[in-house]
Design a protein around this ligand. Structure first.
Ligand code: ADE
Ligand code: ZN
Length: 345
């Protein structure tokens, strides 16, 4: 007998989450509480939920910084990490590579070892309580420039922990192209850190190509504007490099605001044969979670359940884990997903 609602199956199905920012996952009521605790002034509001509203990347990043400034001590970092990972687990995530934004805390005087220790404690607690495996990816704030990005990677290396497995590059692409960060990414590669970059979200397709060719990125975050350049699309189809796409984010920050449109970038990227996995980016700040993103891709964007399964397996391919774990998860998750979808009425 068929008994399961499709959204329940999409929520339960095992998934990776490879593009998730800790600070963008801070629940708005937690934000309000931490802001009060630390005496951080908030913009005028009736209900804190009103604070998470913006309609461009720039506006969003202003609020993202405000949220970051309310997360200050070891207990704050532990709490927001644990809450973030609890929601991941409730979305069916089994493996997370979690970005965090050290610069957004350093700029108000929080030191890196304090934030890292708090985040690691939250990760350990979440693994104990939910069995969720998480690795960490400190992200370079590109707006601080190339010279600072080298110092940043050196700082990450000086405080290296096993769970710190890579670096990202985020904040506003406009005016801050990948070519500025070659030295930082070379240093990251030299010390054995994996590499990824936000590209083609609000910047040109060339930023996708240059993130791969100049920064030696092993995957690309977002990537939407790649659809403007067939040659870069063809190269990425050939290499099958992974793209961590984030459907709801596109409606806030990108040129592709209508998820149902047949020419939405994610639809075009999939149809071109690019290797996509689905992620939530800033789930609290965009009022979503990983399972919601899977539901949107199925219901609003019209991808089939077979395609949803493939997106989940693509996440395993793009993850920074060893090949034998990948093979095991591919086999196990495939069986689990087939059984779940078989139950869908
Ligand atoms: N930091 C958090 N979310 C981001 C996004 N969508 N683009 C750039 N930087 C970010
Ligand atoms: Zn992002």
């Amino acid at each position: 007998m068929k008994s399961m609602n499709v959204d329940d199956a999409l929520r339960k199905m095992p998934k990776t989450e490879l593009h998730l920012h800790l600070e963008g996952a801070v629940d708005v009521y937690t934000f309000a509480e931490l802001a009060k605790k630390h005496g951080v002034a908030l913009p005028e509001h009736n209900d804190p939920a009103e604070l998470y509203q913006y309609d461009s990347l720039v506006d969003f990043l202003v609020m993202y910084s405000a949220v970051s400034h309310a997360v200050r001590d070891h207990g704050d970092f532990q709490r927001v990490t644990y809450e973030c990972l609890q929601r991941c687990s409730n979305s069916g995530a089994r493996y997370v590579e979690l970005f965090f934004s050290p610069e957004s805390h350093l700029e108000i005087g929080v030191d890196y070892p304090t934030m890292l220790a708090g985040v690691l404690q939250g990760v350990t607690d979440a693994q104990t309580d939910f069995g969720l495996i998480t690795n960490l990816v400190p992200a370079i704030n590109r707006e601080l420039g190339g010279a600072r990005s080298v110092e940043f990677v050196q700082m990450v290396q000086d405080h290296r922990e096993d769970r710190v497995i890579g670096v990202g590059l985020d904040f506003n692409e406009a005016g801050f192209p990948p070519e500025n960060y070659v030295e930082a990414f070379e240093l990251a590669a030299k010390v054995g850190l994996h590499r990824t970059s936000h590209a083609g979200e609000v910047g040109p397709a060339a930023n996708v190509g240059n993130s791969i060719d100049l920064l030696d990125c092993e995957r690309v975050d977002h990537g939407y504007n790649i659809v403007d350049d067939p040659a870069i699309v063809a190269a990425c189809v050939a290499s099958q490099i992974g793209f961590t796409v984030c459907p709801t984010t596109t409606t806030y920050t990108s040129a592709f605001r209508d998820l149902a449109a047949p020419d939405h970038a994610i639809r075009q990227m999939a149809d071109a044969g690019l290797n996509l996995n689905i992620n939530s980016d800033d789930p609290a700040m965009f009022t979503s979670d990983l399972a919601d993103e899977f539901s949107i891709v199925h219901h609003t964007m019209g991808f089939t359940l077979a395609e949803m399964k493939q997106f989940a397996l693509n996440g395993i391919d793009a993850a920074w884990i060893d090949d034998s774990t990948k093979a095991q998860w591919r086999a196990d998750w495939s069986t689990e997903i087939d059984a779940l979808f078989n139950e869908v009425s």
